[in-house]
Design a protein around this ligand. Structure first.
Ligand code: NAG
Length: 238
């Protein structure tokens, strides 16, 4: 589901693939185990690691190295040959509806298209279009809302975010899902994201969604190379 929709959206969003760069991931074998793509619980958080390429076995040095570290911390390093991946820690539908803000800090550097965002999916029963959302605090080269025009702005958490909304098509004439982006003008890699303010602003723009499937403070890369070390410090209930 996520795999197919992300691939389709990227095909739609990128006319030209980003050139490969040359960061080679360093393997710090002393730190947590490398993971295959998948999801689960670690350090008290839900985590999700998705890739359209492949994830290495723990004994391999592959292009995407993802590790769950203590608590809300994770580390991802990606090298040449990386396709598209999204990885991070947060929460899923078991508890998501109560989680309305997140505080995080991290380091994030990359040589091509990549973003640091609060990323999630919401079920929408009324319009049938589920919502894939990004609250983007930092991005490099290209951000995924760029193909959709700005329909509003929101000022929160010490910054201004531009809101982009667009549909995506997996196949055929009918849209398959909706994507909503809040993109921060003053980039940062630490702070609090008061997600409920974004949800309220999106609703005021006529968007509907009924419940969360999951939400992660995520690093995404698209044919780029880079590394990130991110810690989700806290999340607050509404
Ligand atoms: C939330 O994620 C955990 C870990 O993957 C999983 O066991 C659980 O079933 C998920 N909850 C829901 C409601 O999907």
């Amino acid at each position: 589901m996520v795999l197919f929709s992300l691939v389709a959206s990227l095909l739609a969003a990128y006319a030209v693939a980003a050139p490969a760069a040359d960061i080679v991931p360093r393997l710090d074998s002393a730190e947590g185990a490398l993971l295959q793509t998948g999801e689960g619980r670690h350090g008290g958080f839900f985590y999700s690691f998705w890739s359209d390429h492949y994830a290495p076995k723990s004994s391999d040095v592959g292009p995407i190295l993802y590790r769950n570290l203590e608590g809300g911390r994770y580390k991802v390093q990606w090298g040449e040959g990386t396709g598209n991946f999204v990885a991070g820690k947060g929460w899923n539908s078991t508890d998501a509806d109560k989680r309305r803000s997140v505080t995080y800090s991290g380091t994030f550097s990359a040589t091509g298209t990549s973003y640091l965002s609060l990323y999630g999916w919401m079920k929408t029963t009324s319009t049938k279009l589920n919502v894939e959302y990004y609250i983007i605090d930092d991005w490099i080269k290209y951000h995924p809302g760029q193909g959709d025009k700005i329909v509003g702005t929101i000022e929160t958490d010490g910054g201004v975010y531009d809101i982009h909304i667009g549909n995506r098509w997996a196949q055929g004439m009918e849209p398959s899902w909706r994507r909503i982006f809040s993109v921060r003008r003053e980039k940062r890699t630490a702070g609090t994201i008061t997600a409920e303010k974004h949800f309220a602003a999106w609703k005021a723009l006529g968007q509907t969604f009924d419940r969360h499937m999951y939400s992660v403070l995520a690093v995404e890369g698209y044919h780029s190379t880079g590394e990130a070390d991110v810690t989700v410090l806290d999340y607050q209930s509404a």
